[in-house]
Write a protein that binds this ligand. Structure first.
Ligand code: FES
Length: 145
């Protein structure tokens, strides 16, 4: 049911923890399953993500997607990090079962929320970044996942 990569990132999560004085912190939750994900980003003066960490109170797939998402954004510019969509995270994990797709959406939303926090704190605009929703299911109730 789960790929080897998902199992690996679930059993040996990368980047678990928090960053003190993070440049940006994003916390998102899913009202249906109750899972919560928080992502911390350390961004240098050139807009490059030096470090990314996560704390996730959620299912195994949420842990695996947090782990992979933090791996994927490290070393990227904030603009490049926007390309780390839930689809990119799923592909990097060799897929997720359909009922777990929303877990990867949580990872995308948490990264966007952390980037938004960083942009707000520094008074900058990141092209293509929109204000994150507080809950990924706001306005998405009818969508199947
Ligand atoms: Fe909700 Fe995985 S079941 S994030």
């Amino acid at each position: 049911m789960y790929s080897e990569k998902v199992m690996d990132h679930f059993q040996n999560p990368r980047n678990m923890g928090e960053i003190e004085d993070a440049s940006g912190i994003g916390t998102v939750g899913n009202a249906k399953c109750g899972d919560i994900m928080r992502i911390f980003l350390d961004i240098d003066g050139n807009g490059i993500i030096r470090e990314a960490k996560f704390k996730t109170f959620g299912c195994g797939a949420a842990v695996a997607t947090s782990s992979m998402a933090t791996e994927l954004v490290k070393g990227k510019t904030v603009e490049e990090a926007l390309q780390v969509t839930n689809r990119a995270v799923m592909e990097a994990l060799d897929g997720l079962p359909p009922v777990k797709v929303h877990c990867s959406l949580l990872a995308e939303e948490a990264i966007h929320a952390a980037l938004w926090d960083y942009a707000q704190k520094n008074g900058i605009v990141i092209k293509g970044l929109e204000k994150p929703k507080a809950d990924i299911h706001e306005g998405e109730e009818e969508e199947a996942w």
